[in-house]
Design a protein around this ligand. Structure first.
Ligand code: MCN
Ligand code: CUM
Length: 784
C-alpha cells in the first residue's frame, strides 16, 4: 500500500508566538530581573546645563553617605584611559565628562551603592561647579562662522561640521533640470523624536575578580558587536567578555548604541570586584540616548509638463548632537538617505548631505528607520504630493506616471541602489480599492461644500533593509553578514543559534518556522537561542529590519546543508543512492516506492547511532550569510482625515495599509509588526517631539511632555497585502519590521495637508498638534 504523505507547511502560517507563554505569565527575564549575590547599584549624575566648563567636582559628601561604595568621575576614568569611548560611526563620546559638558543630561559622575535608593540619594550630594558657555541648539547656528566650537577636545577641530557627503550625479541632474518644463520645490524639517521603549537601558556587569571574566547582562540589540567594541574600549581580551541580552522590553533602535552607563558599570565592577547593576530612569532614557531624525531637508523635482519626473536635487542638514554616534554603515555618512528617489523612476538625482554638532544628545538613527530611509521616504512622498498640487494632477495619477515598472527590476536607481523586486502599482490599486478612493474624493467635495474639511493622503514608499552585502556595508570595519548555527539532536529536536537578537519581534517563533519549513521538524521541537555571545555565532544584531534578510537567510541555508546530510543518512538507511530519494517536506521517499521512507527524525537518530563509515557523525552546521543585495519591501498607505475648523484637531477616518514584504513567514507576526509600526508613524505625525529651548533644555524628557499614543488615541488600521518575493533571498522574504514607521508619517501629513490644500496650504511640520493645524487654518482663512 502506498502512503500519500503531505508535509505541513510552515511558511505563511500564523503560528502562535512561542515566547508569549512566558511573557503572558510574567516569567520574562529582563535585565532588571537579574540579581546576583553581592550586587551593587549604580546611579548617574547628569548635567543640568547644555554647555559648560567643569571647574570642579566635589564627591566627598556623596562618598561619605552610609551605603555608598564608590563615586566614579571622569577624572578617575581618565586614569584608566576610559574617559572617552568610540561611537559606532567612528567618532568619540565622553563616558563621564572631564573638561566640559556638551549637552543637558550628559553623564558627569556615577555613584555605586549598596542599594539603588542610596545611589540615587547620593547624587544630590555631589557638588559640580559649572561655568556656562554659549549654547548651540540647531545645526544652522552651529555652522555659522563664529559659533562656539563644541568638540574642542579634538585638537584639529575648528568648526562644528561633522561630514559633507554626496551621492548621485550632479551633471546629469543639471541637464535634467535644464530640460524640465516645471520645477517644484519643497522644504521641510523632520523633527527629533525618540524610540522610548517600555524598558529603558541598563546592565548588570559582573567582572569575576579571580578569573577576570566579564559577564555583562545588557539591553543590547547587537551583543556581538558590543562585545567587540567593549574589547576595543576596555582593552579586555574578547574571550573574557560575555555579553548576554536576556529578554528585551522593546528596542526600536534605542539599544543599538553603546552608552556610558554600560561602560562605567563594567569599569566599576572591575575595580570593585562585585557585580554592578545600572538601570536607567525614564528621563535618562529620553534625554541622553539614541534619538531619531532631526533632519532639515529641501529639494527640487524637475518635471515634464505631462508629469514625468526628470531629476531630483536634495540638500539635507542633520543635527547630530554633540557626538556623531549614528549606528550605520561606515561608508554612508547619512545612512541610506540617498534612496530618496523612492518608488519613482527618476533618471537623475543629486543628494548633498551635511552633518553638524550641536549641544544636544547624540545617538542618531534610532527609531525604526533602516539608516535614514525614514527621512528620505518622508521627503519624497511629501514632495510628490506637493508636485501634484502644483501641476494640478491627482496625486494617484502623478505616482502612476512615474512608478518603476515591474519589468524594470532589478532596477538601478540614480543614486546607485539596485532594487530587487517590486510592483508598486498593484499595491497602490489594492489600497485605493480598500479605501474606496473615488467615493472618498466625492465625499471630500461634498463635505467642503458643507464647510467641513476632509483630507486624503497617500504614501507609496520603498524601503531598503537587510544590511548588508559585505562589499558596501560594515560598522567599524565589521562586515554586516549574519549567522545561524543549527544542531539536530538524536531524537530529532533541534536548537538554532542566531547572531541577531529579538526585542519583541518574535524570532523564537519565526526562525523556528524557517527551520521547520526546510526540515519538517515542527517549530515546537526547535529552540531558538540568541543574545549570548558565548553561545551563538557572530552576527551584527537586530536593527534595520535585517534579521530576516540576513540571519533568516542563514537559517534557511544552514537547514538546507543539514537536509543534504540527512539525505545521505536516509540513503544509507534505505540502502539506495541519495539521488533516488525525493524530499517531501519532512522525509525522504524512494522515487517510485514512496512507502519506503525515512523521516528527518529517523535520519537525525542515525546521525548519532548508525552513520555510514567515512561520514562524520552528528547533524549540525553553521552558516555565515553575506547577502548578495538588500531587500526592498514597499507599501501603499492611504489615510483619510477630518479636520476640525474650530480646534485644529484632526481625526483619522480611515487608514489603509497595503504592505509587500515578499513571502511572509508568519502573517500574524508581520501584521503585528505593521500595526506597531503604524502606531509609531502616527505618533510622530501627531504628537511625539523632543525639542529644546534656546538654553538647550530638553523639552520632552518625561512622558507628560513627550507624548506617546495609547490605544485611546491610536486609529484603527485596515491591512492589506501583496506578495512580490525577493529574488535573491532563499525563501523570498524581505524585512518588514520598520516599513510601517517609514511609510506612514507622510501619509498622515499628506492627508491633513490635503484637507487644507484647496486654500493654498502646502506644509505642516510634524508633529501636527492642534495648535499648529489651527494656525494653518487661521492663516488660510479656514478657521471658524
Ligand atoms: N517576518 C516574517 N515575514 C517576513 C518578514 C518578517 O514573518 N517576510 C517576521 C520576522 O521573522 C520577525 C519579524 O517579522 O519575526 C520582524 O522581522 P524583520 O523585518 O526581519 O525585522 P527584525 O527582526 O530585524 O526586527 C528589527 C525591526 C527594527 S529595526 C525595529 S527598530 C523594531 C522592529 O523590528 N523594533 C521593534 N519591530 C519591533 N517590534 C517590537 N515588538 N519591538 C521592537 O523593539
Ligand atoms: Cu533604526 S531603529 Mo531599528 O533599525 O533598530
Amino acid at each position: 500500500m502506498t502512503t500519500e504523505h503531505t508535509a505541513e507547511h510552515w511558511l505563511g502560517r500564523s503560528v502562535k508566538r512561542k515566547e508569549d507563554d512566558r511573557f503572558l505569565q510574567g516569567k520574562g527575564n529582563y535585565v532588571d530581573d537579574i540579581n546576583l549575590p553581592g550586587m551593587l547599584h549604580m546611579s548617574i549624575l547628569r548635567s543640568p546645563v547644555a554647555h559648560a566648563r567643569i571647574n570642579s567636582i566635589d564627591t566627598s559628601a556623596a562618598a561619605a553617605l552610609p551605603g555608598v561604595v564608590a563615586v566614579v568621575t571622569g577624572e578617575l576614568l581618565a586614569q584608566h584611559n576610559l574617559a572617552w569611548m568610540p561611537t559606532l560611526s567612528g567618532d568619540t563620546q565622553a563616558v563621564l565628562a572631564t573638561d566640559k559638558v556638551r549637552m543637558q543630561g550628559q553623564e558627569v559622575a556615577c555613584v555605586i551603592a549598596e542599594d539603588p535608593y542610596i545611589a540615587h540619594d547620593a547624587l544630590e550630594l555631589i557638588e559640580v561647579d559649572y561655568d556656562p558657555l554659549p549654547v548651540v541648539v540647531t545645526p544652522q547656528q552651529s555652522l555659522e562662522p563664529g559659533a562656539p566650537v563644541i568638540r574642542d577636545d579634538k585638537e584639529d577641530k575648528q568648526d562644528n561640521r561633522i561630514y559633507h557627503w554626496e551621492a548621485g550625479d550632479p551633471e546629469a541632474t543639471e541637464r535634467a533640470f535644464a530640460q524640465a518644463d516645471r520645477v517644484v520645490e519643497y522644504e521641510t524639517f523632520y523633527p527629533r523624536c525618540h524610540p522610548a521603549p517600555m524598558e529603558t537601558c541598563g546592565c548588570v556587569a559582573d567582572v569575576n575578580p579571580v578569573t577576570g571574566k566579564a559577564t555583562i547582562y545588557m539591553t543590547s540589540q547587537a551583543p556581538h558587536a558590543h562585545r567587540t567594541v567593549f574589547a576595543l574600549v576596555a582593552g579586555l581580551p574578547e574571550h573574557q567578555i560575555q555579553i548576554i541580552s536576556p529578554d528585551i522590553g522593546g528596542g526600536f533602535g534605542n539599544k543599538v548604541p553603546v552608552y556610558p552607563g554600560y561602560v562605567v558599570a563594567t569599569a566599576a565592577s572591575l575595580l570593585l570586584g562585585r557585580p554592578v547593576k545600572w538601570i536607567e530612569d525614564r528621563t535618562g532614557n529620553l534625554i541622553s540616548t539614541g534619538f531619531a531624525r532631526d533632519f532639515y531637508m529641501k529639494g527640487q523635482l524637475a518635471l515634464r509638463e505631462d508629469g514625468k519626473m526628470l531629476g531630483l536635487r536634495v540638500n539635507m542638514l542633520s543635527d547630530q548632537g554633540y557626538a556623531y554616534a549614528d549606528a550605520q554603515p561606515s561608508k554612508l555618512k547619512a545612512g541610506l538617505f540617498h534612496i530618496v528617489t523612492g518608488s519613482y523612476d527618476i533618471p537623475a538625482a543629486h543628494v548633498v548631505t551635511d552633518g553638524a554638532y550641536t549641544n544636544k544628545a547624540p545617538g542618531g538613527v534610532a527609531y525604526r528607520c533602516s539608516f535614514r530611509v525614514t527621512e528620505a521616504s518622508y521627503f519624497i512622498e511629501r514632495l510628490v504630493q506637493t508636485a501634484a498640487y502644483e501641476l494640478g494632477v491627482d496625486p494617484v495619477e502623478l505616482r502612476r506616471r512615474n512608478f518603476i515598472q515591474p519589468e524594470q527590476f532589478p532596477y538601478t536607481s540614480a543614486t546607485g541602489f539596485v532594487y530587487d523586486s517590486g510592483n508598486y502599482e498593484a499595491a497602490l490599486d489594492k489600497a485605493l480599492e480598500m479605501l474606496g478612493y473615488e467615493d472618498l474624493k466625492a465625499e471630500q467635495e461634498r463635505a467642503r461644500q458643507e464647510g467641513k474639511l476632509i483630507g486624503i493622503g497617500l504614501a507609496t514608499f520603498t524601503e531598503v533593509v537587510g544590511a548588508g552585502p559585505s562589499k558596501d556595508y560594515d560598522i567599524l570595519g565589521l562586515k554586516m553578514f549574519d549567522s545561524a548555527e543549527l544542531r539536530v539532536h538524536p531524537t530529532g529536536k533541534a536548537i538554532l543559534k542566531i547572531g541577531v537578537q529579538t526585542q519583541g519581534q518574535g524570532h523564537e517563533t519565526t526562525f523556528a518556522q524557517i527551520v521547520a519549513n526546510e526540515l519538517g521538524i515542527p517549530p515546537s521541537d526547535i529552540l531558538v537561542q540568541h543574545g549570548d555571545t558565548d553561545n551563538t555565532p557572530y552576527g551584527l544584531g537586530t536593527y534595520a529590519s535585517r534579521s530576516t534578510p540576513t540571519a533568516g537567510a542563514a537559517t534557511a541555508v544552514v537547514s538546507r546543508k543539514l537536509r543534504d546530510k540527512a539525505r545521505e543518512l536516509a540513503a544509507h538507511l534505505l540502502e539506495v543512492a541519495p539521488e533516488d530519494l525525493e524530499w517531501v517536506g519532512d522525509r525522504f521517499q524512494v522515487r517510485g516506492a514512496p512507502d519506503r521512507q525515512t523521516t528527518i527524525q529517523e535520519a537525525a537518530f542515525a546521525a548519532y547511532t548508525n552513520h555510514p563509515q567515512g561520514m562524520e557523525a552528528g547533524l549540525e552546521g553553521v552558516t555565515y550569510y553575506d547577502p548578495p543585495n538588500m531587500t526592498y519591501p514597499f507599501g501603499a498607505y492611504a489615510v483619510a482625515v477630518e479636520v476640525d475648523r474650530g480646534t485644529g484637531q484632526w481625526k483619522v477616518k480611515r487608514m489603509v495599509a497595503v504592505d509587500d514584504c515578499g513571502v511572509r513567514i508568519n502573517p500574524m507576526i508581520v501584521e503585528g509588526q505593521i500595526m506597531g509600526g503604524l502606531t509609531e508613524g502616527f505618533a510622530m505625525a501627531a504628537m511625539e517631539l523632543i525639542t529644546f529651548d534656546e538654553l538647550g533644555n530638553c523639552i520632552g524628557s518625561n512622558f507628560s511632555d513627550y507624548l506617546i499614543p495609547t490605544s485611546w488615541e491610536t486609529p484603527k488600521f485596515e491591512l492589506g497585502e501583496t506578495v512580490t518575493p525577493s529574488p535573491h533571498h532563499p525563501i523570498g522574504a524581505k524585512g518588514v519590521g520598520e516599513s510601517a514607521t517609514v511609510g506612514s508619517p507622510a501619509a498622515f501629513v499628506n492627508a491633513v495637508v490635503d484637507a487644507l490644500a484647496h486654500a493654498g496650504v502646502r506644509e505642516l511640520e510634524m508633529p501636527m498638534g492642534p495648535d499648529k493645524v489651527w494656525k494653518a487654518l487661521a492663516e488660510a482663512g479656514l478657521a471658524e
